[in-house]
Structures are given as C-alpha cells and as structure tokens.
Design a protein around this ligand. Structure first.
Ligand SMILES: [Mg+2]
Length: 252
C-alpha cells in the first residue's frame, strides 16, 4: 500500500480534476449550531467561499442537508449556482429525486400491489404512495394483532424484495426503490456531471453514509471528533471555510 495522501495533496488533486463536485453538509459543517435552528447562519466566509467555488468552470457545489430544501435555502441564503439538496439527499430543485428508471418503476409497482393486497385483508390499513416509495400505514387498524400481522407480512413480503430500502416505524413500513441518503445524492451529482473527483465534507453520523459511498478517487473530510469512514479530518467549521478557500484558490 502506498503512503496515505495528506489532505493538502487531496485538495490539490481535487483542484486539478477536470470536473469537480464539492458537496457540503450544512449544520455543524458550514454553520455553527445555535438554539434556534432557523437562525443557524453560515460561518464567516463560508458563503463567499462556496460562491467563489460555484462560479468556477466545471465545478458543481452543493449543500446536502437533512433539513427540508426550503428551510435549507432560507437559513443558508445560498442560491444558484450552488445546488441545494434537502431531506437527507432526496429533495432536489423541482421536487424529490430524479425520475425513476423503468426497473424502479416496475419494482415500485410490485411493492405497491403487494401492500395493497395486504391492505385488502386488513380493514383500516392504507397505502400511501410517494414518488419513490410506497408506505403501509396500520395505525387505524382496530385490532393490535391484525396490525402486527399486516406489518409482519409487509416485512416478509415486499420489504424483502431485492433492491428496496426499508424504514420500519411504529405502525408504518416505508418501502423505497431509491435510497434517500447523502451518498446516493453525491452519486447522482457525479453521474450527472461526470466528475472525476467528488469532495464531501460533513460532521454528523448521517454523513457517514456519504463517506461510505465515495469512490477511491473521491475525498471525504470529517469535521470534528468521532469515528468516521472519511480519509481526512478537520477540527472545526473555520477549518472547513479555510479548506474551501484553499480549494477555490488552487482551482481558480
Ligand atoms: Mg451536520
């Protein structure tokens, strides 16, 4: 194995990439935590650094947040050409996710039919349809045993199909055919732009799904303490701003 690349070396390599994606988490990465989350404004210099990078050729800059997209836009003050992706990577400008491909449409239809079959035998239950998922709701079912039976059937049936992503809650089973994660969002941007390198910066546990999905040539930067799959780490938010400024200088 070769010597691990330093962060400086990785930044230089990212700056030299013909096409680059820079994706940043927002809270705790670009904006300090405050008591009122609607007042979590970007750290000094963060907005400028992002705008400067986003203005460079063949450079896509995105904020990837768990917040819904409208709230992210409001609090960050960021706008085009900075790409805003909300709801943990599933909410894009103009709606949720990119259109499903034929396989995903077929899989979603199969999931929905299976859930509707369960619902047909379970008075009170219903299926909610989302753009990329179908959701079984059993809360209104009067008999708790029937509720459990319906939920168990969903878990053993459509939720066990290949290619689905399942979130099981109390009285609810959501079965998606498109993963909502920051990792999937980064992959989407890389596919759309053809970027040779993606840089992803984040501070939280949910960002680990982003780091885990990066390709070997991509650059993951964890902010602060804690275990991480990212190859690099910076101490705090000011260090993120410095990193983005450095990258913009190198690439500009
Ligand atoms: Mg965060």
């Amino acid at each position: 194995m070769t010597t691990a690349e330093t962060l400086d070396e990785a930044l230089r390599r990212a700056a030299d990439a013909p096409t680059l994606v820079v994706a940043c988490d927002y809270d705790g990465t670009l904006a300090p935590f405050v008591d009122d989350p609607t007042k979590a404004v970007p750290a000094p210099g963060a907005a400028d650094a992002l705008a400067r990078l986003a203005g460079l050729p063949r450079t896509t800059v995105a904020l990837l947040s768990g917040r819904n997209r409208a709230a992210l836009a409001e609090v960050s003050g960021a706008d085009a050409p900075v790409v805003l992706v909300g709801s943990h990577g599933s909410e894009w400008e103009g709606g949720f996710d990119s259109p499903l491909d034929d396989d995903e449409v077929a899989l979603l239809s199969r999931v929905r039919s299976a859930l509707e079959e369960i619902v047909s035998r379970t008075p009170g239950a219903h299926v909610e349809t989302k753009p990329t998922a179908a959701v079984l709701h059993v809360r209104p079912v009067a008999d708790p045993a029937e509720r459990d039976r319906a939920q168990a059937e969903a878990m053993a049936g459509p939720a066990a199909l290949d290619g689905v992503f399942v979130t099981e809650g109390k009285n609810v089973v959501e079965i998606a055919v498109r993963e909502a994660s920051k990792g999937a969002a980064i992959e989407t941007m890389v596919e759309q732009t053809g970027a040779e390198v993606a840089l992803f910066i984040g501070d939280d546990v949910t960002d680990e799904r982003g780091f885990a999905r990066l390709r070997p040539q991509d650059v993951g930067v964890k902010v602060g303490e804690g275990e991480t799959a990212a190859a690099h780490r910076v101490a705090d938010i000011p260090a993120v701003v410095e990193l983005l400024d450095t990258l913009a200088d190198l690439r500009g």
